[in-house]
Design a protein around this ligand. Structure first.
Ligand code: HPA
Length: 257
């Protein structure tokens, strides 16, 4: 049986226990080996990957994004549902709300951004007009509605290099540029998935108002605590979305040229 859907669990979503018959799998890629789990949901095989590794040991700026996405591509995955903890710049997007982001602004600095480094990989300029799959976002919105969760279908995700949080002035600038949310892992994960012709959607959970929007100091513990408090909602949403995703549908994301 093929594996068409994958979950990338971010901060606070470490448990593949939502799946049945879980087994470990190691996938070798030219970028490094990747450990993941494979389990079943409603008769379908689903891959589960911890973005930050075992015990949250890999910071956002050190994640091997190319190996992770390439490993899923090698398994035959067509749909990725990624979770992400985010700070909010938008007063309407409040802690505890879900946002199915539709755009990103990339402020990362030192990451390997592409599979197309020239040479045998070729020179490819991938369309990035819609980095997040509109169909998967639609499914997530329906699932969230069905479960009575507060959600926003659309939002601009600002990706910073991290691992530090932002200054209040940086957040003010991102807000002026049209950002709604800020996080440290969305890019190049989303853009690599697009290069790999895999449908990709982010389930962003607002864990805090960003620096200077709230006068409180930020802590990673606060982010983890909010994710854990809302973990059950995210798990239920993931299961519903996996069940509602048609593995064999055609989608514009499956062609990057
Ligand atoms: N900034 C960056 N990343 C984050 C934040 C934040 O405020 N909250 C959760 N992830």
């Amino acid at each position: 049986m093929e594996i068409k859907t994958a979950v990338i669990g971010g901060t606070g979503v470490y448990d593949p226990g939502i799946l049945l018959e879980i087994r470990d799998e190691q996938v070798s890629t030219p970028y490094g080996d990747v450990e993941l789990k494979i389990g079943k949901h409603q008769g379908r095989l689903v891959a589960f990957m911890n973005r930050h590794g075992e015990g949250h040991s890999i910071p956002p700026n050190m994640v091997n994004y190319r190996a992770n996405i390439d490993a899923l591509k090698r398994l035959g995955v067509k749909n990725i549902l990624a979770t992400a903890a985010v700070g909010s710049l938008n007063l309407l997007m409040q802690p505890g709300h879900l946002v199915f982001v539709d755009q990103f602004l990339d402020f990362t600095k030192f990451r390997q951004q592409t599979f197309f480094d020239g040479g045998s990989a070729g020179v490819v300029h991938t369309d990035m007009t819609d980095p997040y799959c509109p169909e998967l976002r639609g499914i997530l919105s329906q699932a969230a509605q069905n479960q009575g969760l507060t959600y926003h279908n659309g939002g601009v995700y600002v990706c910073t290099e991290g691992p530090r949080f932002e200054t209040a002035a940086e957040i003010k600038m991102y807000r002026m540029l049209g950002g709604d949310l800020v996080g440290m892992t969305g890019v190049p994960e989303a853009s690599l998935a697009r290069e790999a012709e895999i449908c990709y959607a982010t389930i962003a959970m607002v864990t805090n108002f960003a620096a200077g929007i709230s006068s409180d100091r930020l802590s990673h513990q606060e982010v983890v605590d909010t994710m854990i408090q809302n973990g059950e909602n995210i798990r239920k949403l993931l299961l519903q979305a996996i069940a509602w995703t048609d593995d064999d549908r055609a989608c514009a994301c499956h062609s990057n040229s």
